[in-house]
Design a protein around this ligand. Sequence first.
Ligand SMILES: Cc1cc2nc3c(=O)[nH]c(=O)nc-3n(C[C@H](O)[C@H](O)[C@H](O)COP(=O)(O)OP(=O)(O)OC[C@H]3O[C@@H](n4cnc5c(N)ncnc54)[C@H](O)[C@@H]3O)c2cc1C
Length: 453
Amino acid sequence: MHKTIIAAVLTSVLIPGYAVALEDIHTGTVIVGSGVSGLTTAILLKEHKQNVLVLEKMPFMGGTTNLAAQYFVSVGTKDQVANGKELSVPDYIQRTAKTGRNSEMLPRTAQRMFDSQKSIDWLNSLGAGLTRPVSDYQMGISDGSSLGVRLMKVLSARAKELSIPVKMNSKVLDLIIRDGKAVGVVVENGKEKYKVFADNIVLATGGFNQNQKLISKYAPQWKGLPTTTAVSSTGDGLILTEKYGVNIKNAGEVGLNPSIHSQGGKNISMSAARLEGGIMVNLKGDRFCNDYWPDYTKMAKAMLEQPEGKSFVIIDGKSMKASKRLQSFLKSGYFVEAQTIPELAQKIGIPPENLEKTIKRYAEFVRNGKDLDFGRSINMKTDFSTPPYYASAILPGTQVSVGGVDVNDFMQCVKADGKVIPNLYAVGELTYDSGTPHGVWSGRRAAEHILSK
Ligand SMILES: Cc1cc2nc3c(=O)[nH]c(=O)nc-3n(C[C@H](O)[C@H](O)[C@H](O)COP(=O)(O)OP(=O)(O)OC[C@H]3O[C@@H](n4cnc5c(N)ncnc54)[C@H](O)[C@@H]3O)c2cc1C
């Protein structure tokens, strides 16, 4: 019976349009969501011969993970150390604390950072190529290609190799809770509904920035801002768990992106331009903040205070050459290009003499290793001596949901009274943290706990 149903599920995925009678399914662990956190959990369980089933509401895998731009936050990895970009976990935590990060989050961040090498080794064993030390706290893909695309490529290949069933267009509508324990989920597939009963339920549904109702409820200060997140980030996991008394922790902490380029109805993250050394200027051609503050909220606020709320990120030929992602943006028409700085300024409508003055001054800071105006110390990679020059108009917007479902150290969902709902787990951006390293780390924690039962 069990095998027949799984076969029917697989067939429905592999043969589009194939109609199956949807019966209730029984499995070991059902994982809701096929981004980095969900797939990590599924792969690690399946590698230990556990029965798993992944449910994905979209017709494709990967959610926001597909969009992760450029860097995997990690410290003390062997490639960083070998390249003189060494930072200890305590120093990283101290630096993060200074950015105004909620201190409640830091102990778990420290645990994850201690596991940096472990996460990278695992991803690289699947072929991720995370060997490029970008800074003392950032690792990138060796050839400068986009992080999320590469992670999804290797994770979905491994899931396929392990024959993990991934059922697309399958939206979880509700949890099934019996005698206080999670025993399954209710699923909608087109017009059909069915139930999946499982020993463990792992919610990996991502963030909520696409849901303006939830933004208004939890983070009203950012209501109406554009968002770079995936259309699937509608906070389903928050809605599903809150209903059963799960505590929602610091959902007002929303991660902003200080460099969104909006074009043709798309919101594209230009963080890669700053990562490769780019600076930000306002309509007067002036820098107005540390262009690489790790505190994106502070940067977003500074941007909103500029004339007409407008800014540009400026890079040179060296930065463009270093990043495949930026080259693809150039091809898509997201950059204005010019052979000289005054020509670039003219093209984007800012005073040429002022932009030239700003760039000359900043280049001096790069050469001397000290930003006397705003104290930038991270990724000061270019002195703008390599033409051509590029500019892209940018805005602030929301990117990740930092706050989320409250979990204990094993990623079990915790209620307001501190008790867990047995067999119910949450991982990834749905919980109180975000980013792909958190997806890998939390997915591993949940899998390890399930395997230990
Ligand atoms: C523009 C951008 C740039 C970023 N850059 C970086 C970066 O450089 N480095 C980095 O580490 N991180 C970056 N991030 C953050 C990172 O991408 C995310 O935090 C991470 O990928 C989230 O992974 P996840 O598995 O938790 O969620 P997701 O990848 O969003 O996966 C969740 C999945 O769950 C599915 N789902 C949701 N609800 C249901 C339901 N009810 N039923 C079934 N399925 C459901 C969704 O369709 C989706 O596929 C960036 C994010 C954005 C938006």
